[in-house]
Ligand binder design. Sequence first.
Ligand code: ATP
Ligand code: MG
Length: 197
Amino acid sequence: MHRSFVALDLTEPMRRRLAAVARSIRSHDPRWATARWVPPENLHLTIRFLGDLAEENLESFIRDLPGAVGALSTFELPLAEVVRPIPSSSHASMLWATFDDPDGRCALLANAVSDLAATLGVAPETRPFSPHVTLARSRRPIPFSADVTGRADGGMYTPATGPPDSMSVREVTVYTSTLARAGARYRRWASIELGER
Ligand code: ATP
Ligand code: MG
């Protein structure tokens, strides 16, 4: 079985930006310094978690994915909030970077992927889709102060010259994940370009 998910890769400028914010939070907030931070090369935006799939199902999913998403056009995904503590700033167990989906194209993509996943018997997602990149996780909740966010972001971002507020989405990628003590290892199985047909 393969623990599988469909995700968007970050553009390199967006990856650098979020990695810089993460470094800044770690250095400004000792409570978060020891949380589990996602290594920069693993940062991604999950479109749909598929769970365990037999290899033949994974392969069939990948074969059908271009038909399911290839007709959707490429789109821009504007950064909304760096950083949002989840579920709350007083008891955060995750830190997310969140994205806006102004014309709903990302949700449309997630729906198309979910519809295909349903044909393989993947259980429907119970939570509403909200595009985000997980930056850090903590087993026990930690307070997160917006003050740190301000410093983390304000210190390195100026609109004219700074890193991007938005990233272009041109493809989706199917990953498998192997859980390990040192953190999950992802393996890229296939990337499907959008706007191709
Ligand atoms: P770790 O679990 O070791 O912290 P990870 O969460 O990055 O690492 P996975 O658990 O394999 O690795 O998850 C891969 C991706 O799927 C991540 O983006 C994760 O947030 C998402 N994911 C995992 N489980 C679920 C789930 N039950 N529902 C929705 N998304 C999930
Ligand atoms: Mg996980």
